[in-house]
Ligand binder design. Structure first.
Ligand SMILES: [Zn+2]
Ligand SMILES: [Zn+2]
Length: 237
């Protein structure tokens, strides 16, 4: 009936340590806190009544949650350290291994922080070279003819070509906002700071990522190469 605490106490009251242990183990992983608490009760009883400390520790090894430092308070004051020297050494070795692992983690984290810092510094100085003959990746006309975007992958697009593509593929919410901001900028009714803000928003909407390399391209993976306007016969083998 899941009355583990009461069952363990009853078993211990009748000196049935094995029974108490099997009841405590029945909790399993469902409540590790309770299992450890009950095992500590068993440990107190076993250590106080056991003739040899070594035998008591051997019994308590059955629960992997118990550590030597949990058990030390239960030992009588006159116990000689020799009796559980091995256990203490093993525990210390495990801690030192754990500390080593933590140190390695800290070193890794520090290294990746350095890399990120270097990347951020490099972003400030980033530039792209556009050759005179370079073409827009969408309309194939010379890039330098109109306002354009160039991405780190060296793909370049005219501002309006890229905006059209984002409107087509970016989903209805983004498409609506791009159109609104485009219109507002195009009308020229806004000037100064307000216009700057709109242009910046348009930049962020349209220039967020290269439409050929980013997740935009991944999302378009199920779009057919041949659309309704294409002549299917051209592709016949
Ligand atoms: Zn273009
Ligand atoms: Zn690209």
């Amino acid at each position: 009936m899941s009355q583990y605490s009461r069952a363990v106490q009853l078993a211990l009251a009748h000196n049935e340590t094995d029974l108490a242990a099997s009841v405590a183990d029945r909790i399993g992983d469902t409540n590790p806190g309770l299992r450890k608490k009950l095992w500590l009760q068993i440990a107190r009883k076993v250590i106080s009544e056991s003739a040899s400390i070594k035998g008591a520790i051997g019994f308590l090894k059955r629960c992997e949650q118990l550590r030597i430092e949990d058990l030390i308070p239960f030992f009588p004051d006159f116990v000689v350290i020799d009796d559980f020297k091995e256990e203490i050494c093993a525990a210390l070795e495990e801690y030192s291994r754990h500390i080593d692992a933590l140190k390695r983690d800290m070193d890794d984290a520090a290294r990746s922080a350095d890399h990120i810092k270097a990347d951020v510094r490099a972003l400030d100085a980033r530039y792209a070279i556009v050759e005179p003959g370079e073409r827009c990746q969408i309309c194939r006309l010379p890039l330098l003819a109109r306002m354009f975007y160039v991405f780190p992958c060296q793909h370049g697009f005219h501002g309006d070509c890229l905006a059209d593509r984002v409107i087509k593929t970016g989903g209805p919410i983004k498409a609506k906002r791009v159109k609104e901001v485009q219109e507002a900028v195009g009308r020229g009714t806004y000037v100064g700071k307000k216009r700057e803000r709109l242009v910046k928003e348009l930049d962020e909407l349209v220039g967020a990522a290269c439409v050929l390399c980013s997740d935009v391209a991944v999302r378009g993976i199920d779009e057919p190469f041949i659309t309704k306007v294409d002549n299917k016969e051209e592709w016949a083998i």
